[in-house]
Write a protein of this length. Sequence first.
Lengths: 115, 113
Amino acid sequence: DAKTTQPPSMDCAEGRAANLPCNHSTISGNEYVYWYRQIHSQGPQYIIHGLKNNETNEMASLIITEDRKSSTLILPHATLRDTAVYYCIVRVPRNYGGSQGNLIFGKGTKLSVKP
Amino acid sequence: DGGITQSPKYLFRKEGQNVTLSCEQNLNHDAMYWYRQDPGQGLRLIYYSQIVNDFQKGDIAEGYSVSREKKESFPLTVTSAQKNPTAFYLCASKDTGGNSPLHFGNGTRLTVT
């Protein structure tokens, strides 16, 4: 199973772009990269996911390197409400006819957005 | 609104008692999951179920039990055999589409003294 490595913490100024890196050097060809975030004492919130192409939605952009060994989540204009722990996750495939959707959550990056 | 409801938000029990955490979803998802989160830690999978009347152990199933009698419900029982039950418990569900994301409830914080 591919594992991910993220910095334990990052700071970002309010209104600036937050760029959160993730290393997943052992990712296999059919594994997707997912990003979630968790605000204290709440459940994780899905942000975005992708396979090889860059993705963008109303919350964020996901940039995946060509070799797929790393990715960056970009919050274009961070606000104080974006302060949270951000998890980069690689989906684990199974062999019995489709994935059961298990996601291995690590410790994530604690993003602090400061005024 | 569609979503996942976990209740109660806070739960207190005495050591040696079994306790059941509720998880209900109205997203019409087939797959449901239970995770445990300890302070400063990531999420660890306890049990999951891909279809009614079927469930599988996750990485830390010892001391826990589940049932899946209805599509909408996936209750988790923390038994007295669980050595360190105090934790934040998260329920999630997922569409059966291969790469669709997990949707989480807002968790139940269980404290056992």
